[in-house]
Ligand binder design. Sequence first.
Ligand SMILES: *Cc1c(COP(=O)(O)O)cnc(C)c1O
Length: 454
Amino acid sequence: MTQPAASAPMSRRKFVATNAAALVAAQLPSNLIAADAAADRQPLAKNGGPKTVRGKPGAWVRWDAREQAQVKAAIEQASLFYWAGRGVSKQTALFVERFKQHCPREQVMTCSSGTAAVHIAVAAAGIGPGDEVITSPVTDFGTVTGILFQQGVPVFADLGAATYNLDPAAVERAITPKTKAIIAVHLAGTPCDLAALKAIADKHKLILIEDCAQAWGAKYRGQPIGTIGHVACFSLMNSKHIGTGDGGVVASSDPRIGPALLKFGDKGFDRTATGFTWDQTGVLATNYRMSELQAAFGAAQLERLEAIAAKRAALGRAFIEEISGLPAVVPPELPAADRGTFWFFYFRLRLDKLKCTRAEFVDALKAEGAVASAGYIPVPVYRTKVFREHAFFAGRWPLRETGLTKMDYSRVQCPEAEAILATGVQCPLNESMDEAYVREIGTAVRKVAKHFST
Ligand SMILES: *Cc1c(COP(=O)(O)O)cnc(C)c1O
């Protein structure tokens, strides 16, 4: 039994703990335990030893007849516009209704991307020239695009070593009289410390925006992600938990922000207004609308969300369990009270406790049959060329030229964020996998870590 993980969806530790005493008492050969413990003590596959990962993910069916039927229903409509009048734009209405079951917010605006969702949120929050928005340097670029287009200033705060999310103490240190908002990114599906961030936001009268693009279905202390901040943003881009090819959603129950979301997603139009016309809103905004075709597809996808989220949450916990307790490996930190939905699985190496580089570790892990890669984004957002050169608008940044900000991104440093990117290993995780397969990958991590440990 050299592949216990494949046959027993129980963790190695739990298995040993629950069976060891019984086996000894019955005077049975303890080869079961020995073999189980030995799986991670075999020679590395890369050196001719047995491959640890024998399983494979199952078929990953992300859409089928359900989406087909819903899109067909849209095609049978006379209009594919999201706001063709109440009772006419049925797909957007259905999408919004189902979205609210997962993220109960009063105002919900469907839009064209997660980047659009954050831009709408930032604009609706009233961010203007020189206003500072504190956020994470380890995220998708879409988190900061909207800040810059509203002439705000992204301010990067450092992260928790194993949560990869904003460190509330670092956020508090980054606050200045110009700070207007915080964008909390729930990286890889791990909820941020929302109680702490909300307390900071309330204390300093800041808007808390949740970037939930990677965290569909996640929960913070039992509450759905996106319901603690003032406004929540989601992406429906193809690779997210659920998708519409491209798309996004932004939602809020805050009376200052909620009604404005519709205007900032729709060229300044207020389609709910009866007393006055669109030329009177006084709002400059672009067109970020989502069509009924995407809404139909998305409404069908939302019916899959809970199963996807629950599966990923369980797989991620199993992975953490398998790689816990190793001196050279730091598993992601996820409080027991929270539900992470693991858009991907990311752990860190303690290179000071390994006699190999990260690249060698990843190569050895791949030879074991695991899918793995080094790092996440290549550099923190502030080290991208456009930030380093302040080249946001045709190579220039009027805000800095006119003295509305003194921000110099070439001098920004977030040491923990840089270390997270320099020492992290990413393994894909999704609902097509079963627990036994994920535990095999965890066993492979253990085997490689033990081999290279100092
Ligand atoms: C994907 C993503 C976005 C942007 O979403 P798009 O739909 O690709 O524009 C924003 N923030 C985070 C954290 C993301 O992962």
